[in-house]
Ligand binder design. Structure first.
Ligand SMILES: N[C@@H](CCC(=O)N[C@@H](CS)C(=O)NCC(=O)O)C(=O)O
Length: 80
């Protein structure tokens, strides 16, 4: 995926989350910014789980409004 095509990144995170740290490091290294949303907020968690009931891990990353998945999925995009 081309970095130039990325208009918006949203990341659902928790406070203690090594993969969230890795995802943020990768985004930073590519010069990207993101909006962080805490999955520890019960209302946010509930609404997320209603939409994605099978998802169990953080981070959950959305690019341009589309769900990418976690850190591994972000790496697999091959941002360039
Ligand atoms: N393959 C996933 C692994 C993500 C993962 O294991 N995240 C941990 C936190 S760093 C997690 O959500 N564990 C379950 C939990 O906290 O409920 C990725 O690359 O994002």
């Amino acid at each position: 995926m081309k970095i130039a095509d990325i208009k918006e990144v949203k990341m659902y995170t928790k406070k203690v989350c090594p993969y969230c740290v890795k995802a943020k490091g990768l985004l930073s290294s590519k010069g990207l910014e993101w909006e962080e949303v805490s999955m520890e907020d019960p209302a946010i968690r509930e609404s997320f789980m209603a939409e994605y009931p099978t998802v169990r891990t953080v981070p959950q990353i959305f690019i341009n409004g589309n769900r990418v998945g976690g850190f591994d999925d972000l790496v697999a995009l091959g941002l360039e």
